[in-house]
Design a protein around this ligand. Sequence first.
Ligand code: G4P
Length: 534
Amino acid sequence: MNDIRHEIERRRTFAIISHPDAGKTTLTEKFLLYGGAIAMAGAVKGKKNARHAMSDWMEIEKQRGISVTSSVMQFNYKDYCINILDTPGHQDFSEDTYRTLMAADSAVMVIDAAKGVENQTRKLFKVCTLRNIPIFTFINKMDREARNPFELLEEIENELGIKTYPVNWPIGSGKEFKGVYDREHRHIISFEANGGSKEVEKIEADLNDENLAELIGNTNYNTLREDVELLDGASEEFNAELVNTGKLSPVFFGSALTNFGVEPFLENFLKMTTPPLPRMTADGVVDPFDEDFSAFVFKIQANMNKAHRDRIAFMRIVSGKFDKDMEVLHVRNNRTMRLSQPQQLMANDREVISEAYAGDIIGVFDPGVFSIGDTLCMPKKKVMFEGIPTFAPEHFARVRPKDTLKRKQFIKGTTQIAQEGAIQIFSEPQTGFEEVIVGVVGVLQFEVLEYRLKNEYNVDIIREDLSYEYIRWITSEKHLAGGLDELQKLVLTSDTKLIQDVKDNYLLIFTSEWNIKWALDKNDGLELAEFNRN
Ligand code: G4P
């Protein structure tokens, strides 16, 4: 058991979130470089390819391949075993991206120092806060012209509603970037552009060094002294408890490309963040150090294969140790089974594994039995984890079969693909699912749907994009109790629509946030939820 304990204790499982282009890939690459998992930068993925618009299905397939191989990376750094969960950029942004965050114990938020908080960061951040996981901020690209650091922190605090604690502080930016001031040790690490190799030349100097002004220039020196005074006087105190509950974000400044500040960030982050966290079940929490294996499925990746059988279920191990030959209980089906072809991903390679521990992510062959949110555990100790929420789609389209004779296949196809979690489907009340409203988080999901319906179910579709962008589940008992009749009496703008999901929950879709506010204002006691756990 001691070995298992040690293995679990040294694990750190986190997601990296950012708006595209903030430097997530570059930072990840540098982490891998420090861990010795790759030999040189540029090896992580063909990111240029991954970024281009995906218009034909060949590209989608390639895209999916990329998102499989890059979705989880495991490597060792010193005595830590690190699992990085990738959250893909804009083109392949989908509901999977959100679900991935459900498997992480903390998040690293990369922010472009010239741009500050951007749209996608905002969205991903919101999902992280659902679970109150610790969030660490890396303000990147300090080697370029950047915004004022105080202004950046203020923006993070105001826009994201999290307090910040700068662990280090930048001295200048762009051509004038001289390095960072380490607040704990009260010294300066100076910046030397070095082309991004692993070893960074750093000169350390004390804040009180006589020749500091000479080293960083008089203006920078004066600004730094003022900044430090301000920070020490006014900034939030460091509080580990607040960090652990996601209320305070330690902030680091640096430059991933030139490899400045990356290793100090990694070191501090690993020390400050937690080993695998406990998870909630209906009957209480499961401790990661519990020796009985348990896990939950957070992502299912079906390949573009007509046979439809080539599916991998990704699961996060919550407790204990996994052995490849062990019999586990699939709780929803109440069946014991062996998990076949368990695999783990390391940078670009997949490898079949024989054991894994709490904190790890494994992919197993899915013979078509898994659904998102499923629990696996030891037969002698049945547990069931809380489900994974359904995330609010942001793009909607009305979809129907081109050939009305293909009705049956169409219903079967859309329903199965929705069950896999690749899309969400809705209907207008009392009309059934012969024509569906499809909701997705990322538009690529529409293309995947179209392609799969054609290839796996032999159905061509007509897709009409709708202008709705917001969805809310109706949760007020008062309104739900009266059923459809009552709901049809809601006072709504003419472009708000009432729909139902496959579980017959009622929802509203809106074209603007303003319309949501209108609905809430005009209907006394109306409660709307952005995420749904049912
Ligand atoms: P992403 O995964 O968040 O989308 O960002 P990625 O790392 O791909 O970085 C986006 C662009 O920003 C890349 O340039 C990358 O080289 C650059 N970049 C990342 N970190 C830094 C930094 O610290 N300083 C500077 N100056 N640039 C940085 P690109 O030209 O778009 O791509 P590439 O030609 O380098 O592949």
